[in-house]
Design a protein around this ligand. Structure first.
Ligand code: HEM
Length: 170
């Protein structure tokens, strides 16, 4: 059922103006990949600083809510750029990523990681600017969040090496 829906999307994309715009120039895919990987760097830098601050290993002179406020928007904007450049890569080669389990695992991990990252904001905002040391439970959540972001990156890199699942169009 899922394969059928994806096959329809893939067929609809194949030969579309967007597919041709991406696939008919040699420089477009490398350019999209470059922006994708630079945006990964922004996400990683932001989530490292937020979560290492919560754990207490970075930016210790800054209150936790201030660090979250500083880096949450750059992270979110970079994720939107990742969404755009990721979707354009799919449009350029519709039969590739969407028929690989690792791609959908990456999307699932991304939703959880982004949700956890945003959930840290109200948790710490409630406690005000005097928050210098996070509770152990918050530190654990920060460690899990960071691990999930790293897993998203590994899954992204893995797409190129995974086989499509059985029944996928070739
Ligand atoms: C928001 C939705 C996203 C979509 C739709 C998307 C889609 C894609 C696609 C289609 C590829 C190319 C895979 C291939 O054909 O080999 C890719 C690669 C990759 N993605 Fe994403 N992505 C998204 C977000 C992210 C995020 C948030 C991260 C990490 C923070 C990420 C990290 C990567 C990495 C590391 C690669 C491999 C790049 C390379 O090998 O040059 N992606 N992504």
């Amino acid at each position: 059922m899922f394969t059928q829906i994806l096959t329809r999307i893939s067929n609809w994309l194949t030969g579309s103006w967007l597919n041709l715009a991406v696939a008919s120039h040699d420089w477009v895919v490398p350019a999209l990949q470059t922006v994708h990987i630079l945006s990964v760097a922004v996400v990683l830098a932001g989530v490292l600083l937020i979560n290492l601050r919560i754990i207490g290993w970075a930016e210790r002179s800054q209150p936790v809510p201030a660090v979250i406020d500083r880096f949450l928007w750059p992270v979110t904007i970079a994720v939107l750029v990742l969404l755009a450049t990721g979707l354009l890569q799919i449009a350029g080669e519709p039969n590739r990523a969407i028929f690989r389990t690792i791609f959908w695992l990456k999307m699932g991990l991304l939703i959880v990681a982004l949700g956890l990252t945003w959930s840290q904001r109200p948790v710490f905002a409630q406690r005000g600017d005097e928050v210098v040391t996070a509770k152990p439970a918050s530190k654990l959540v920060a460690l899990v969040t960071l691990t999930l972001w790293l897993a998203v990156i590994v899954a992204g890199r893995w797409i190129a090496y995974a086989d499509p699942w059985a029944g996928a169009p070739s």
